[in-house]
Design a protein around this ligand. Structure first.
Ligand SMILES: Cc1cc2nc3c(=O)[nH]c(=O)nc-3n(C[C@H](O)[C@H](O)[C@H](O)COP(=O)(O)O)c2cc1C
Length: 177
């Protein structure tokens, strides 16, 4: 699958079949996440892979919009390790790029996934940190719920010329300019 097709067919998938996600696909997604760009190539990320159904079943207790998690075979918690940051404060952008790469690799592997936001909601950050026994300098950014999608995803294109600005705010819009 080419990258443009992957981007446009990536949708948040919240309904999964009973099929497990094989180890090769997990490696593919983690490798994609770890190949994301990062400030100064600092790669200040850590990943917790959750394949234990009992733990997935508890995710809705620590996240209010995670109703799909108990029915998914896999979750990956993306965390920033602030002890490994090269340029302080950029870990959020680094780990967001890693999360998006992970989502696109899921599409490329025939899987479906949804990004659950954790950071910067402080009670969620605290709850995930406690549940996954994170060290103090490791901050959870996103929890990605993954499985084999029950339905095929429709292609989306949200291009909006009104959100484009040529050279400065007021000058013009693509494609007219
Ligand atoms: C930072 C962030 C946080 C999100 N949090 C949740 C969430 O808690 N629960 C959920 O079901 N979806 C969550 N989503 C998925 C969005 O709802 C979804 O991306 C958006 O509705 C667009 O739909 P699409 O992903 O299918 O294109 C989140 C997405 C992002 C980027």
């Amino acid at each position: 699958m080419d990258v443009i097709t992957a981007i446009h067919t990536r949708r948040s998938v919240r309904a999964y079949t009973d099929a497990r996600v094989d180890a090769e696909a997990v490696r593919t997604m983690l490798a994609a996440a770890m190949t994301a760009p990062s400030a100064g190539n600092g790669q200040p990320w850590e990943f917790i892979i959750v394949d234990d159904a009992a733990r997935m079943a508890k995710i809705p207790e620590i996240h209010p919009y995670a109703g799909m998690a108990p029915k998914a075979p896999l979750g990956i918690l993306v965390c920033g390790n602030t002890a490994k940051e090269k340029y302080p404060g950029f870990w959020v952008q680094d780990c967001s790029a890693a999360t998006e790469n992970l989502l696109l690799a899921a599409v490329g592997s025939g899987l479906g996934a949804v990004w659950l936001g954790v950071y910067p909601v402080q009670d969620r950050v605290a709850a995930f940190a406690a549940f996954f026994e994170l060290p103090e300098k490791v901050i959870p950014l996103s929890f990605v719920v993954i499985g084999h999608p029950k339905q095929e995803q429709q292609r989306q294109d949200r291009f909006d010329a009104a959100k484009t600005h040529l050279n400065a705010w007021q000058k013009g819009k693509f494609p007219q300019f």
